[in-house]
Design a protein around this ligand. Structure first.
Ligand SMILES: [Zn+2]
Ligand SMILES: [Zn+2]
Length: 410
């Protein structure tokens, strides 16, 4: 499933450019100025009207979710990849979904105060994702013990419609819809429905020292090589995030990013690594130093296939890098952060479920467990390159390099 294409205008010189929906760091091909794209609450896109119309358009919101649903069962975890969208307002006369149509179009980002009447969504993104999840589940059968989602791309798609007499025209296809326009649309006020929030372009400069920030086009975390700081978007601006590297990489090491997440966990004793060994009923007696090591999750901060994601998170949470982590930026050979920490946090209870033993008690224990993320930092781990794989030295962990290459498809 291809990524959506988005047309933008350089915020500096106005030159037109085109991005993939997951691109965040944009360098203008004309004036070379680099900007980082931030949305206040997820990204919002506008489908183009055909032919372009002057005014009179009503933009109807559709929630979109592309990513994975995980369903935890007593005997393991099922997953399902979806790319879905569904209308976010209660207007049964309108198409319930845009289907695959957005893939063939050049979208625009919604900008504040854009012309037109934009209906606010009547359901939240969380409600929409739960509905998608339930539908996905009905296709699979039997309710799971626990379910989680991991988004690759999500946001709101605005589709244009036009009133024509007492009917309604789909302004993307330039085709009338059957029947009459819903009264709610006929009675819309002529003004006051312009969008208030939209995309913002942040200067890709270190907020602390003004140096150019470094990152791949899809990078969600940018690095300043001058003051050795890392930055992630939060609430429409760049905020600092602690960045660490594991020791042990040789000169040609390739660093992969992980989120190290410290949590308050309720319903189970889980303060130290020793506690985790007992919850997992490991067949070895945990060494005494495990009782001193605080329990932390270590979760991929990049998109990778579902099975790899769970395997890496489970193995590294149980067996974090032996030499510990020290504050540092990764070398130039590193994979960009492409999975936000908010998404990583969605997976924590699922990762924990993978440890619980005996399995027959998992249902009851899982229901009682609460995981509250409290602090996080970026942890870069040095992998060694072989012909086909990235291998973590001192472990049995490896990732097929093609799977990493396919990161756009989780
Ligand atoms: Zn420019
Ligand atoms: Zn700096």
């Amino acid at each position: 499933m291809p990524a959506l294409r988005v047309e933008i205008a350089c915020p500096q010189c106005g030159a037109p450019a085109e991005l993939e929906e997951t691109d965040r760091l944009f360098q203008c091909p004309f004036c070379r100025v680099r900007s980082f794209l931030a949305g206040p609450e997820g990204f919002r896109y506008v489908l183009p009207a055909k032919p372009p119309r002057r005014g009179g358009l009503i933009y109807v919101p559709y929630w979109r979710f592309k990513g994975l649903f995980f369903f935890c069962r007593p005997n393991g975890v099922d997953h399902r990849f979806v790319d879905v969208n569904e209308i976010a307002v209660d207007l049964p006369a309108l198409p319930r979904t845009l289907g695959l149509r957005p893939q063939g179009l050049k979208l625009r980002f919604l900008t504040p105060h854009a012309k037109g009447r934009y209906l606010p969504p009547a359901v939240s993104f969380g409600q929409a994702v739960r509905a998608f999840q339930e539908r996905s589940l009905r296709a699979i059968g039997r309710p799971p013990l626990y379910s989680a989602h991991l988004g690759e791309a999500a946001g709101l798609l605005y589709a244009p419609y036009a009133l024509a007499g007492d009917g309604l025209v789909d302004a993307v296809l330039d085709r009338p819809l059957p029947g009459k326009a819903p009264p709610a649309l006929l009675e819309l006020p002529a003004a006051g429905l312009e969008p208030q929030a939209g995309i913002s372009f942040l200067a890709a400069l270190c907020p602390d020292c003004g140096w150019d920030l470094e990152g791949a086009p899809q990078a969600l975390a940018l690095h300043c090589r001058n003051c050795e700081s890392s930055w992630i978007p939060s609430g429409g601006r760049l905020t600092r995030v602690e960045s660490c590297c594991a020791a042990g990489g040789d000169a040609g090491a390739f660093f992969l990013p992980f989120w190290e997440i410290g949590c308050a966990v309720g319903g189970i004793e889980l303060k130290t690594r020793g506690d985790l060994a007992r919850a997992a009923n490991l067949p070895v007696v945990p060494p005494p130093q495990w009782e001193e090591e605080a329990f932390r999750f270590l979760v991929p901060a990049f998109k990778v296939r579902a099975a790899n994601f769970l395997q890496l998170a489970g193995a590294l949470t149980l067996q974090p890098p032996a030499g510990g982590l020290s504050p540092a930026l990764p070398g130039p050979r590193h994979h960009p952060v492409t999975l936000p920490v908010e998404e990583a946090c969605e997976s924590l209870k699922l990762i924990l479920a993978g440890f619980l033993r005996p399995r027959r008690e998992m249902a009851a224990r899982l229901a009682a467990i609460d995981v509250h993320p409290e602090r996080f930092r970026l942890a870069y781990l040095p992998f060694r390159e072989t012909t086909h794989d990235w291998v973590l030295p001192g472990s049995s962990l490896s990732i097929n390099r093609n799977v990493l290459g396919l990161s756009e498809n989780l």
